[in-house]
Every structure is written in structure tokens, then in C-alpha cells.
Design a protein around this ligand. Structure first.
Ligand SMILES: Cc1cc2nc3c(=O)[nH]c(=O)nc-3n(C[C@H](O)[C@H](O)[C@H](O)COP(=O)(O)O)c2cc1C
Ligand SMILES: CCCCCCC(=O)C(=O)O
Length: 370
């Protein structure tokens, strides 16, 4: 068990406090920050306070099963690691350590296209539960090159992030003139494509400048057919918040969607992820799996999202806290703790299997809505 000066590290919040002491201030702002006034960032977390659980009793909870299968592959927990860029900002081993930590608990790891270790080294450290995340680059050969490498290295799905035609105005990063420093880099992409990410200028975020140069903001639903033609891997669209876009995702052949507002880092004022989840689940109507991220900090949060119809829940910032605090062991500890909390909550709610989790578990607090 990871320990801090003040005692054992038992919760995600403990990992967060420990990480904060170890990470440089500008990197901490990059991780913790959201867009503009951070309204959506706060809403993601506070949305969970509006729901209460309706426990059932006498249902034989002597064993609790958190295993889930997606696209034919099994995961020991429905809580996975979402794509976050540049893990070497907080730990020298970076994504290799994250892969070891996630594998130790049988969790999915979605590797960011801006990983700071090679796709192949990450795969070598993993038990195989890996998906690759992509942004849509103007230079499509960047995407096809990464897809070929991911297929060869055994990644089993692609996650295309669709909520970032440009990077949100992240005031903390702009004030800090945040740039990717030291020997950290997005090593899977040609250095020439990534050059702007290393150029610091107060008043600007280097990653926003890079995205303005490299991301293709002209992409439409019709372009998905091109991506589909490039790979047999399942394609999951990350950043869906409305019934309209959920229906379009199904219509255009997506194999899954992630309900996400990018951790409050894109459109400030956007709906909290949890608020968007029911309408997306209803629109998809079981045609493809719905995954969820945003504001999940405890096992009970995961339980709520699963009860609203998410098949899997992804964590963004918490695994980075674990990685900063304790490397692979910290990631493992964070994921194990959150999964144990989920199993505990399932037992106390009288729902020992994930299939038992549905909207009957939940009620809104008076004056609220599901
Ligand atoms: C430091 C950091 C880097 C991120 N990098 C990416 C990325 O490369 N691609 C992406 O789609 N989302 C990225 N995200 C968003 C996460 O995948 C996820 O949507 C969000 O963090 C979920 O919210 P949570 O942090 O409250 O769990 C990043 C988030 C953080 C905090
Ligand atoms: C280097 C270009 C952009 C990195 C963006 C990572 C990300 O999505 C984030 O939210 O931060």
C-alpha cells in the first residue's frame, strides 16, 4: 500500500493530495485544469451529488462480480484508464508504468495518441487490454501510420476523440504559457508535427497552438467512412453529449461511444457528463456500447454511471494521481481501490452483478431529476 506522510493512501483524493506535492506547478495546472471558468469541470463532480442510491436487501451478495466484456475481450473491472497525454510529465516511466498498473488489475488502458512512450513499449508492458486513442490530424498519414502500428502491436480498438476540433481555452495553461518541457515528447508522432508543443509563450498554451496547426477542424460525419476503410478494429467515438450525435454515431457505423466532455477541458458550460448519459443511452437503445467519463472519483460514482447504462467507466485524472504518487504501484492501487469501492457498493446496494445495475438503483434527490 502506498503511504503518505500523514498515513495510508486509501482514496483517490489521498492520491490526489500526494501527487500535488510531487508534481511541478504548471504540470499540475495542466492536469487539474479545465476550460475557462471551469464550470463544467466542477459540474462533472457535483452532478453525482444529485443522485441517491436505493439499496435492496437479502439478495445473496456473498460474491460480487465486476467482470465485463467489450468487443469480445474480457476486463476484470468496468473501470478503465481513459486517454491522457504525456504520462512522463509525472513519472519517468510514463505510460509503461500505467500499463503495468492497469494490467495488474485487469483493467482497460486507452493510450493517448500523445503518449510519451512508444506504442510498442507500452504493449510489451501490458496484458493486452489496450486501445489506441486518435485525434483527426490534417495529415491523414499520421493517423494511418499509427493505426498500422497499433494493429501490429495488438491494440484491440480505436478511440477517436471528436470534441476537440480545437483545444479549449484553458486559462491556467494560457497564464502559465504552458509547453511540454524537458525530455518529454509525443514520441509516436513525427517530431516535426509536434514542434509547436515545445514552444512556450505566456498568454498562449503550446498545446492549443499545436492543435490549431495540426488538427483537422473540417471533419464531418461523412469522413468516418474513410477511417472505417482504414482498419478492421472497432471505432469508438469519444466526446458525445447529445441524443442527436449518439444517433448519428450509430447511423455512421461507430462501434461504441464515450459520453464525455473531455473532463471539462473543452466547451466550458457544456452539460455535465453524468447529465448527458441517460439521453445518450436512450438514443443508442442498445445498438452499441456506451462508455462514460467525467468526474468519477469513487466506486459509488462508477456504480451510478453503470446504473444509468454505461458499460464501462473511464478515469482521466485519477490514474495520473496514482502514477505521480507511486508509479505502476500507484496506478494499480488507485484502480484497485476504486474497483473495491465499486464491489463494496454493489454488495451494499444488493446488486452483486453488473447486469443488476439499472435505473432502479437510483433516485434523484428531492427537486432533482435523473
Ligand atoms: C492531463 C490530461 C490529458 C488528457 N489528454 C487527453 C487526450 O490526449 N485525448 C483525449 O481524448 N482526452 C484527453 N483527456 C481527457 C480525458 O480522456 C477524459 O475525458 C477526462 O479527463 C475525464 O474526466 P476526469 O478527469 O474527471 O476523469 C485528458 C485529460 C487530462 C486531465
Ligand atoms: C499536444 C496537443 C494536444 C494535447 C491535448 C491533450 C488533451 O486532449 C487534453 O485534454 O489536454
Amino acid at each position: 500500500m502506498t503511504r503518505s506522510k500523514t498515513g495510508p493512501v486509501l482514496t483517490a483524493s489521498d492520491y490526489q493530495h500526494l501527487a500535488r506535492e510531487l508534481v511541478d506547478a504548471d504540470v499540475w495546472d495542466f492536469i487539474e485544469g479545465g476550460a475557462e471558468s471551469e464550470r463544467t469541470l466542477r459540474a462533472n463532480v457535483s452532478a453525482f451529488d444529485r443522485l441517491r442510491l436505493r439499496p435492496r436487501v437479502m439478495t445473496d451478495v456473498s460474491t460480487v462480480d465486476t467482470a465485463v466484456s467489450l468487443f469480445g475481450a474480457g476486463h476484470r473491472t468496468p473501470i478503465g484508464v481513459g486517454p491522457t497525454a504525456y504520462h512522463r510529465l509525472v513519472n519517468p516511466e510514463g505510460e509503461v508504468a500505467t500499463a503495468r498498473g492497469a494490467s495488474a488489475v485487469g483493467a482497460l488502458f486507452v493510450v493517448s495518441v500523445f503518449a510519451s512512450r512508444s506504442l510498442e513499449d507500452i504493449a510489451a508492458a501490458s496484458d493486452g487490454r489496450l486501445w489506441l486513442h486518435l485525434y483527426w490530424f490534417r495529415r491523414r498519414e499520421v493517423m494511418t501510420g499509427l493505426i498500422r502500428r497499433a494493429e501490429d502491436a495488438g491494440y484491440t480498438a480505436l478511440v477517436l476523440t471528436v470534441d476537440a476540433p480545437r483545444i479549449g481555452r484553458r486559462w491556467r495553461d494560457m497564464r502559465n504559457g504552458f509547453a511540454i518541457g524537458g525530455d518529454v515528447a509525443a514520441v509516436n508522432i513525427d517530431a516535426a508535427v509536434m514542434a509547436l508543443t515545445h514552444h512556450s509563450d505566456v498568454g498562449h498554451s503550446a498545446i492549443a497552438d499545436h492543435a490549431a496547426q495540426s488538427f483537422d477542424a473540417a471533419v464531418t460525419w461523412a469522413d468516418l467512412a474513410w477511417l472505417r476503410s482504414q482498419t478492421r478494429l472497432p471505432i469508438v467515438l469519444k466526446g458525445i453529449l447529445t441524443a442527436e450525435d449518439a444517433a448519428l454515431a450509430v447511423e455512421h457505423g461507430a462501434d461504441g461511444v464515450v459520453v464525455s466532455n473531455h473532463g471539462g477541458r473543452q466547451l466550458d458550460g457544456a452539460v455535465a457528463s453524468l447529465e448527458a448519459l441517460p439521453e445518450v443511452v436512450d438514443a443508442v437503445a442498445g445498438a452499441i456500447p456506451v462508455l462514460f467519463d467525467g468526474g468519477v472519483r469513487r466506486g459509488t460514482d462508477a456504480l451510478v454511471a453503470l446504473a444509468l447504462g454505461a458499460r464501462m467507466v473511464l478515469l482521466g485524472r485519477p490514474p495520473l494521481w496514482g502514477l505521480a504518487a507511486g508509479g505502476a504501484d500507484g496506478v494499480e492501487g488507485l484502480l484497485r481501490t476504486t474497483t473495491d469501492e465499486l464491489a463494496h457498493a454493489m454488495a451494499l446496494a444488493g446488486r452483486p452483478r453488473l447486469a443488476d445495475l439499472d435505473r432502479s438503483v437510483l433516485r434523484a434527490r428531492p427537486g432533482g431529476e435523473l
